[in-house]
Design a protein around this ligand. Structure first.
Ligand SMILES: [Zn+2]
Length: 56
């Protein structure tokens, strides 16, 4: 749990996945894109508030 400064409450952070881009790039690269996206997702993608979408 993290404290959201916009909602003034404790929230469970969530990472948003852009499914459209994910599926599109998988079709274009034949799945090779996943080897780039998965590490990127876990290492660099920032978590955000599920209520207001604010970044932590
Ligand atoms: Zn919030």
């Amino acid at each position: 749990m993290k404290f959201c400064q916009y909602c003034n409450q404790q929230v469970q952070p969530r990472k948003h996945i852009n499914w459209f881009i994910l599926v599109l790039m998988c079709l274009i690269t034949g799945g090779g894109w996943l080897f780039v996206y998965v590490p990127y997702y876990f290492l660099f993608k920032s978590e955000s508030c599920p209520i207001c979408g604010g970044k932590f």
